[in-house]
Design a protein around this ligand. Structure first.
Ligand code: PMT
Length: 407
């Protein structure tokens, strides 16, 4: 997220809805990512959050009226529209949606919106019955047809007491959708299969063998690939993470289930990235009922699971195959051994056991080992950034293969 919007000009339009308070946090997220943010408000929005709040945080005057006020106010609708790299309306009421769908320009926000040529992201938020009203749905369809990006509202209990669709998504989610607009779509047309998270191998109905993988690294890669235009299938062990926008997720529990899910998808995939921490061993048998404790210790007989990545290496045809190596020592030797033995194009080695790298951390320190013998030591960076660097290297490998095939 750091600096992902550096140098960008975002205009945040706030309408009169109960969710307007969430726009303050959205403004902060854009700023933290390096964007310069200006705010446009409807007259009704001021009943929910004062313009002073947005002025103080954005460091700019709020544009809320065409006439009066600052000397430049009359031309702000053009100047701000020309400068904007993206415009976000959050929350967007039924009223603004109706006006924009019909080209009405009767206040500062609607007049400004007609002048915008940058991407326009609109986040409807209202009572469920209002949202489902045919006129509102018709207007949303019209805006989608006109090129607006619609961020669908979430479902749940609304401030009015109704339960259903209409809730403004969390600011972090809207932020991610806006950031994704700025990525180049260099993976468009590619199908990327990512595995993430741990596996759990059952001992009895209430106990299992597993590891501390949170899924963060794999989900970051799935998200980055989707942001860059890929069709992404994420095969995930148990995690607490939300599915990134644009990613299709298939949940599994054990190494055996993960193997079946991966082998089902392998032929259609162009790129396979195996980030999951798959258990190498599973109990030879699972007790039908909870094992009762006795006086002495117990031994559990374990047997090998399928090495999914090694099997993919054996079956490999056109795919680019990327593995991860989680090591506590001899990172280089162990990673190179896995690169060769499993027939991989790239392996990302990371030391685990360090709080800033590997399992469950927000950052990672990865060394990339490529099939051509090159090695790249990446500095510590957040997992989203590491995901993009890995995808950059995969993109270069695709270009090399294409140019070899053309010669
Ligand atoms: O999920 P996080 O908390 O963000 O942590 C990220 C991570 C540390 C899990 C990740 O960065 C990582 O290193 N993933 C690989 C973990 C692992 O199982 O490494 P390994 O060295 O044991 O396995 C090597 C490769 O073989 C991996 O790509 C693994 O997915 C694969 N494998 C392993 C065993 C097996 N039975 N089948 C496999 O496909």
């Amino acid at each position: 997220m750091q600096n992902s919007l550096s140098g960008k000009h975002i205009v945040l339009c706030v309408c009169g809805g109960i969710a307007a308070y969430k726009s303050v946090e959205l403004l902060r997220l854009f700023q933290k990512a390096g964007a310069d943010v200006k705010v446009v408000m409807t007259g009704n929005a001021e009943h929910f959050v004062g313009s002073m709040t947005f002025e103080a945080i954005s460091g700019h005057p709020v544009f809320k009226g065409m006439y009066g006020g600052a000397p430049d106010a009359e031309m702000r609708h053009i100047a701000w529209a020309d400068e904007a790299d993206a415009v976000v309306i959050a929350p967007a009421t039924a009223n603004i949606i109706g006006k924009l769908a019909n080209g009405i320009a009767d206040d500062a926000m609607t007049t400004f919106m007609l002048a915008v040529t940058a991407p326009k992201i609109i986040c409807p938020s209202m009572n469920t019955h209002m949202y489902e009203n045919r006129a509102v749905q018709r207007n949303i369809d019209t805006l989608e047809g006109d090129g607006f990006v619609i961020v669908d509202p979430g479902e749940g209990e609304l401030a009015c007491g109704a339960v259903g669709a209409g809730r403004l998504p969390e600011p972090g989610y809207i932020f991610d959708r806006v950031v994704s607009i700025f990525f180049s779509k260099d993976f468009k047309g590619k199908k990327v299969l990512v595995t993430a998270g741990p596996t759990r191998e059952a001992i009895d109905p209430v106990r299992f063998v597993s590891n501390p993988s949170s899924g963060k690294m794999g989900y970051a890669i799935a998200k980055a690939a989707a942001d860059r235009g890929a069709e992404v299938i994420l095969i995930s062990g148990p995690t607490n993470l939300k599915t990134p926008y644009g990613v299709s997720r298939n949940d599994v529990v054990s190494a055996g289930e993960m193997a079946d899910a991966v082998f089902d998808q392998v032929d259609a995939a162009d790129i396979i990235i195996k980030v999951a921490a798959v258990s190498d061993y599973t109990p030879s048998s699972k007790a039908e009922h909870k094992i009762k404790k006795g006086e002495g210790g117990i031994s559990i007989k374990m047997e090998r699971t399928v090495d999914i990545l090694a099997e993919l290496g054996r079956r490999k045809k056109h795919q680019i195959l990327v593995g991860f190596a989680a090591e506590t020592q001899n990172l280089k030797d162990n990673a190179l051994d896995k690169l060769n033995r499993k027939n991989l194009d790239i392996i990302a080695g990371n030391l685990v056991g360090d709080p800033s790298s590997g399992f469950n951390s927000d950052t990672n320190k990865i060394n990339l080992f490529l099939k051509d013998g090159s090695i790249e030591e990446l500095p510590e960076m957040d997992k989203d950034a590491a995901a993009h660097v890995l995808l950059d290297r995969i993109a270069s490998r695709i270009m090399e293969t294409q140019s070899k095939n053309n010669n």
